[in-house]
Design a protein around this ligand. Structure first.
Ligand SMILES: *Cc1c(COP(=O)(O)O)cnc(C)c1O
Length: 225
């Protein structure tokens, strides 16, 4: 299923597109980081990316991450993990212990739980807020018109540093509109990190200021589960 060296090759290809797109758009070198989305992929496949030197990964489930990454993190301690899937409040403590960045803070109760575990432990994951830019009922995220206030509450009431915003545009809409909206919200709230862009649209996202692109399929192939 995975020819030898294919992950290495895919990683190099994606990184080369990122670098070219960064240059074309006159962005600073290394201003866009690649989050390799390894959700549903088994440990041996992930290890190929680690052996190829990649150290930044995205997962969408807390328990799956714990299972797959506990020993991998020991073998590759400089690995950084981003949580990119919905987080239940009762898994907030575990998420704080496992992840370096939590990209999916999207409601007060969750923000409060994460803030509490950050204050209670020596773990300091960076926190991003997920914005439901397309206002899709089935999708997680704060509504765009409520995001300014939510950021403010996180910062002032919870002492939770908000360092980034994340969005997943609706599949049937022009992603540029959503990336532009996310950037506007970030700019007026003095937020530096923008997590946007997936396999199908990361060049557009980079054009609109993405600092993290989250890419699964283009590196690991399609997902069957
Ligand atoms: C699965 C997933 C990705 C990766 O999507 P691809 O199209 O496979 O690159 C990115 N972001 C989130 C939030 C995801 O759940």
């Amino acid at each position: 299923m995975y020819p030898l060296g294919i992950i290495d090759k895919n990683l190099k290809a994606v990184k080369s597109v990122i670098n070219d797109t960064v240059a074309i758009n006159q962005r600073l070198e290394n201003s866009v980081k690649l989050v390799a989305v390894s959700k549903t992929k088994p440990r041996d496949v992930i290890e190929q990316a680690l052996k190829a030197g990649h150290r930044l990964f995205g997962e969408n489930r807390v328990q799956e991450t714990q299972k797959k990454w506990l020993d991998l993190k020991k073998l590759y301690p400089d690995t950084q993990l981003h949580l990119i899937g919905p987080l239940q409040t009762n898994k907030a403590a575990l998420a704080v212990s496992l992840f370096d960045v939590i990209e999916t803070i999207d409601r007060f109760k969750l923000a409060k739980a994460v803030a509490r575990y950050i204050n209670d432990t020596d773990r300091r994951p960076r926190c991003f807020i997920q914005v439901n830019t397309g206002k899709e009922p089935q999708k997680a995220g704060v509504l765009p018109e409520e995001t300014d206030e939510f950021i403010n509450i996180c910062r002032t009431n919870l002492n939770l540093p908000v360092e980034g915003l994340m969005c997943i545009p609706p599949t049937n809409e022009e992603p540029a509109l959503h990336f532009g909206l996310l950037r506007e919200i970030a700019e007026r709230n003095n937020i530096k990190e923008l997590s946007m862009g997936m396999s199908a649209d990361y060049e557009t996202a980079i054009q609109f200021g993405a600092t993290y692109v989250r890419i699964g399929t283009a590196i690991f192939g399609s997902r069957t589960v």
